[in-house]
Design a protein around this ligand. Structure first.
Ligand SMILES: CCCCC/C=C\C/C=C\C/C=C\CCC(=O)SCCNC(=O)CCNC(=O)[C@H](O)C(C)(C)COP(=O)(O)OP(=O)(O)OC[C@H]1O[C@@H](n2cnc3c(N)ncnc32)[C@H](O)[C@@H]1OP(=O)(O)O
Ligand code: FAD
Length: 699
């Protein structure tokens, strides 16, 4: 689709509307009461100094054969949109850290409005528009509108509801958010206190708290509340609620709404108006309950449809899946900065006074940096696979096949948890890898960390999500004896008996180069940890008590299972055809680094479960060291392959041309403190102090 009109129409076509009352004050009456990635390998092994512009041409050779063929159309779109954003002054972001909250927020509104104008003017497709928002690189209400409000209506609304609401949302004639979390309940969705009822009676208050886009912008929200009809509870459901007037943006009667205040970091996520919301006797039409899962009749009777009620959580499954791909983007960005800077930075070196050593050549730097580079690629591949899994489960749901839903939930929950935790840690590690300059705002890393780190919490606290995976795994193990064959990502558990006995065959370091050997070690570790948990659980009379008592071990078992998924998807990817001379070999090296570094970090698991011996662990470590030497020559090319513009990276240390020091100096002078040579406050505070000391000295 290339025309804006066509694009909007296409969305509408490709998809897919009696009084009720909402309140989260419980003293209400009536109805619903709502309470392309490419790797140009370099001959000189990426040892360019990153110091001269002349080198750009040679490194950035964009030959078709050098490009990885994972999703070529995406690469072109992504490249075009990155450059479009980078060249537009409205999307400037280098001044963010200096802006007050109000200025920051208004600037975000300006950017969002400008982006929408450009999307219409340039008749961008859905994919192009989404890429454009990605490269604008600023959390905004639009993330929630497109990322959660629209998917919630698509996933949980009936055909009729979709026809009514989606055209308005697609044209941004209404702006929506996803209002689920309360002040007192986030993880525990079943425990929400907001109710939607025909006949409410209690008088406690609860507030919705956190939703992005809610505080100042959204006109509508999908609000999650416990449905009560005829005095009976029917679980949590989504309700479309208008919050603000479409004429003057004032909150509608019964609605109190505002921003929840500054968050972590100075610029960072403070571009987003996370909000607080209180309902008091708010009435909404009955047909604004999203009714794909359950319908409420005019008489207030509930009619269950044939889809499982877990579909109410479907928006979270969708977003968790996108968060995994986003983890790869955030991680590759940090790694790109740290790798380029590590090639520029020199410390110590020859005693004879020759040039100092590039810090990237230190083995310690490599052993910290290259596993992160490998993880960026690993998360990209597993993100692609997860996208496929999500599409697959969506198609099955349409055909009333709900069999893969539990696995989709476990995979999205587990991989969201694994990849966001690893990425948040990795961004901080990249900051340290850049030494003191990494702590400067102009390195781009502090803001990246502050914006990224809530991903470990939103869309499900990472530990709570791993416990969900553990439940799924314990269920799978308990069914092994019943003849029910595990499928998908748990298929390896069908070989549990063998895996519990197996002995790793590695005798020399190179034996670790066999994918089957690596896979078996990871499978054996995961199965042994799961079975051990299941055995411990079986000793408890009350399984829920046992689950609570053993939860730390269960989380470890879930991590082992999720790491196995990432390793196996990386290995699977390498079985495909990968164009570009030498590209596959480089990816193979990264794959081994990813797996063997995990093995090294979680050695306790592998040794205590007897999957490998101490000797084999030591051979793996020897091998890992040799792999770092193989990555080193292409490290710069491997990060250039992410194809990030300097605008998007937003980092003086990660500049493409490597011109770091002059630019750091230039940036320093831009700080408002340097506007005057003598600072404000000198007369009031510094001078009197100095004079005082002078007087004292004279005395
Ligand atoms: C296009 C670009 C888009 C970009 C993305 C856009 C935005 C993203 C960017 C930024 C994000 C910003 C903000 C984030 C927004 C939010 O944070 S929204 C709020 C999200 N809320 C949560 O994350 C709440 C977390 N809690 C839960 O998910 C669940 O309550 C729980 C922790 C999973 C607990 O579930 P449980 O207590 O088991 O619940 P329940 O008893 O209801 O479950 C019964 C069975 O259902 C299974 N299940 C649970 N969840 C799901 C699911 N999602 N899908 C399928 N199945 C699910 C559960 O395992 C139980 O199964 P059994 O077989 O019966 O055991
Ligand atoms: C930046 C940001 C944006 C957000 N955007 C939105 C939004 O748009 N819409 C929305 O509805 N919500 C939003 N949220 C809310 C978010 O989804 C919740 O904060 C999240 O689901 C975590 O829930 P919680 O805050 O209740 O954490 P809690 O559950 O209170 O977690 C606190 C601690 O308790 C632990 N814990 C909790 N339960 C268990 C358990 N059963 N077993 C073991 N440990 C446990 C956790 O591991 C954690 O360490 C946002 C949050 C943030 C930070």
């Amino acid at each position: 689709m290339s025309s804006a009109q066509g694009f909007l129409n296409d969305w509408v076509e490709s998809r897919v509307g009696l009084g009720s009352n909402i309140s989260n004050s419980r003293n209400t009456s009536v109805s619903y009461n709502i309470k392309g990635c490419w790797i140009p390998l370099t001959d000189n092994g990426g040892r360019r100094s990153l110091g001269s512009r002349e080198e750009q041409g040679s490194v950035r050779c964009r030959r078709d054969e050098d490009r990885l063929g994972w999703f070529p159309p995406h690469f072109d779109v992504s490249d075009r949109m990155a450059r479009l954003v980078a060249s537009d002054p409205v999307f400037r972001k280098d001044n963010r850290a200096m802006l007050s909250r109000k200025e920051l927020f208004k600037n975000t509104l300006r950017k969002a409005a400008h982006a929408w104008k450009r999307i219409i003017e340039l008749r961008l497709s859905e994919e192009e528009a989404s890429e454009m928002r990605f490269y604008v690189d600023e959390p905004a209400f639009t993330d929630l509108h497109w990322g959660m409000f629209v998917p919630a209506i698509k996933g949980q609304g009936t055909e009729e509801q979709q026809q009514k609401w989606l055209p308005l949302a697609y044209k941004m004639q209404i702006i929506g958010c996803y209002a689920q979390t309360e002040l007192g309940h986030g993880s525990n969705v079943q425990g929400l206190e907001t109710t939607a009822t025909f006949d409410p009676e209690s008088d406690e208050f609860s507030f919705i708290w956190w939703p992005g886009g809610l505080g100042k912008v959204s006109t509508h929200a999908v609000v999650y509340a416990r449905l009560i009809t005829e005095g009976q509870e029917h679980g949590v459901h989504g309700f479309i609620v208008q919050l603000r007037s479409l004429d003057d943006h004032m909150p509608l009667p019964g609605i109190t709404v505002g921003d929840i205040g500054m968050k972590f970091g100075t610029g960072a996520y403070n571009t987003m108006d996370n909000g607080v919301l209180r309902f008091d006797n708010v009435r909404i039409p009955r047909n604004q309950m999203l009714m794909r899962v359950m319908r409420v009749t005019r008489e207030g009777k509930c009619v269950q449809s044939n889809v499982p009620r877990q579909l109410i959580y479907g928006t979270m499954v969708y977003v968790r899946q996108t968060i995994v791909s986003d983890a790869s983007s955030a991680l590759s960005r940090a790694v790109c900065i740290a790798t380029r800077y590590s090639a520029v930075r020199r410390q110590f070196g020859p005693q004879d006074g020759g040039v100092e050593t590039q810090v990237i050549d230190y083995k310690t730097q490599q052993s910290r940096l290259f596993p992160l580079l490998a993880s960026a690629y690993a998360f990209r591949f597993v993100g692609e696979w997860l996208k496929w899994l999500y599409l697959d489960v969506t198609q099955r749901l349409q055909a009333n096949d709900f069999s893969t839903l539990p696995e989709a939930h476990a995979c999205t929950a587990g991989l969201k948890s694994l990849t966001t935790s690893a990425t948040a840690d990795a961004i901080e590690e990249c900051r340290k890898l850049c030494g003191g300059h990494g702590y400067l705002s102009s390195s781009g890393l502090p803001e990246l960390f502050a914006v990224y780190v809530p991903a470990c919490t939103y869309e499900g606290d990472n530990v709570v999500l791993l416990l969900q995976v553990a439940r799924f795994l314990m269920k799978t193990v308990s069914q092994l004896g019943s003849g029910k064959k595990p499928v998908g990502t748990t298929a390896y558990m069908a070989r549990a008996e063998d895996l519990l006995q197996s002995r790793c065959s590695v005798q020399k370091a190179e034996d670790w180069l066999k994918p089957s050997v690596i896979l078996e070690a990871f499978e054996a570790r995961a199965v042994r940890m799961c079975v051990a948990c299941a055995q411990s659980l079986s000793k408890f009379q009350n399984p829920e008590e046992g689950f609570l008592e053993l939860s730390a071990d269960l989380v470890e078992a879930a991590i082992a299972h999720c790491q196995l998924i990432v390793v196996s998807k990386f290995i699977e990817k390498l079985q495909q055809d990968i164009p570009g001379k030498g590209v596959k070999q480089q990816l193979q090296i990264l794959c081994y680094i990813y797996a063997l570094n995990l093995l090294h970090k979680h050695l306790g698991d592998f040794l205590s479960t007897g999957c490998i011996t101490p000797k084999q662990a030591s051979l793996a470590n020897d091998h890992l060291r040799s792999l770092y030497s193989k990555v080193r020559p292409n490290a710069i090319a491997l990060v250039d392959a992410f194809n990030y513009t300097d605008h998007f990276l937003g980092s003086v240390l990660g500049r493409y041309d490597g011109n770091v020091y002059p630019k750091l100096y230039e940036e320093a002078w831009k700080d408002p403190l340097n506007d005057s040579v003598v600072p404000d406050g000198y007369q009031e505070y510094i001078r009197p102090m100095l004079k005082q000391q002078l007087r004292n000295a004279r005395l």
